[in-house]
Design a protein around this ligand. Structure first.
Ligand code: ADP
Ligand code: TRP
Length: 321
């Protein structure tokens, strides 16, 4: 059972990324056979400053390693260090109907926002399918927003297999319903494009300010709040505090007597402690960039060994060889 996932280096990682994608991916390491990569080719459509791309890529490598990605167990690499993926993108794209790509939510959303589309944006799901199929992936842990991309990957793989004979493993998405969509500071889906994020490794003062600034309603502390489970701070607290502690806060809010300020203070403390050990590891790794680079290069060599075999299979099946 091979698990694979990628994160695009187009910003700083937030706790939506962590609970929606990274934590399930890190937990999957217990079963072994994990492939995790930094999707720098995918970042080409959103980042056009080379220094920024390098900085985000390096930052994300540090984030994953600090959060528990173990390069002894998992294969961890930079997507562009295995350029075979671009060749596979072409093979797959040549069988991908325009209609399928035109129906992609992520594409339609960007068009609706007035972003003028380019080939990279349109072909994004094909590159993503190539990422997944190149490594004989069985399961892809992602947030709900990526579900359609996974369905497209399956459609593309099935089409290739039907056209050229059994070549690709058909992958499944792994979506944990309990953490499917982490809400951001404004209650919408947490996303770097909405500016409503709580960073995993943000600066203490800035993070405290963000969390204390959470907008609550105007009910007095004494008032009972029967809708306590819908409260944003409670929802976030459930992610970072032990279950009994979060349940206790929820009960106190429901009963009345707990002020929003105290609730937010508790949320900040638990958030800060939750990532404390990882924060220390991240600082150690940041002080040793050569080590991080060596980890990525070693991962690329291991990824490339698999990619070479699968690409050859696809080239043979399609008559390129
Ligand atoms: P963003 O929306 O901030 O741009 P990405 O699209 O780069 O985040 O997402 C990277 C990974 O993190 C994906 O697997 C995505 O599904 C997951 N993810 C992002 N935001 C959330 C969220 N709010 N809740 C759950 N998972 C999320
Ligand atoms: N598109 C994904 C995102 O924005 C990142 C990604 C690229 C990915 N290739 C992938 C995720 C392959 C899973 C598998 O979050």
């Amino acid at each position: 059972m091979r698990t694979l996932t990628g994160i695009t280096p187009s910003g700083t990682l937030h706790i939506g990324n962590y609970f929606g994608a990274m934590r399930p991916a890190i937990e999957a390491q217990a079963r072994g056979d994990c492939f995790y990569f930094i999707a720098d080719y995918h970042s080409m459509i959103s980042v056009t400053d080379p220094a920024e791309r390098r900085a985000y890529t390096r930052g994300i490598a540090l984030d994953w390693l600090a959060c528990g990605l173990d390069p002894q167990i998992s294969v961890f690499w930079r997507q562009s260090d295995v350029p075979e993926v671009t060749e596979l993108t072409w093979l797959l794209g040549s069988l991908t109907p325009m209609g399928l790509l035109e129906r992609a939510h992520s594409y339609k959303d960007k068009i609706a926002k007035g972003i003028s589309p380019n080939f990279g944006l349109f072909a994004y799901p094909v590159l993503m399918a190539a990422d997944i199929l190149l490594y004989d992936t069985n399961g892809v842990p992602v947030g709900k927003d990526q579900k359609q991309h996974l369905e497209m990957t399956r459609d593309i793989a099935i089409k290739f297999n039907e056209t050229y004979g059994e070549t690709f493993v058909i992958p499944d998405s792994i979506i944990r319903e309990d953490v499917a969509v982490i809400p951001g500071l404004d209650g919408q889906k947490m996303s770097k494009s909405y500016g409503n994020t709580i960073e995993i490794f943000g600066d203490e003062k800035a993070m405290r300010k963000k969390i204390m600034g959470l907008v609550m309603d105007s009910r007095t502390p004494a008032e009972p709040k029967p809708d306590a489970d819908k409260n944003l701070a409670i929802q976030l607290l459930k992610l970072v505090a032990p279950a009994d502690v979060a349940a206790d806060f929820e009960n106190r809010l429901r009963a009345g007597g707990l002020g929003y300020g105290d609730l937010k203070k508790a949320l900040f403390e638990h958030y800060w402690n939750y990532f404390a050990a990882a924060r220390v590891r991240r600082a150690e790794l940041a002080a040793n960039p050569d080590h991080v680079e060596a980890v990525l290069r070693d991962g690329a060599a291991r990824a490339r060994a698999v990619a070479g075999v699968v690409l050859k299979r696809a080239r043979r099946a399609s008559g390129l060889e």
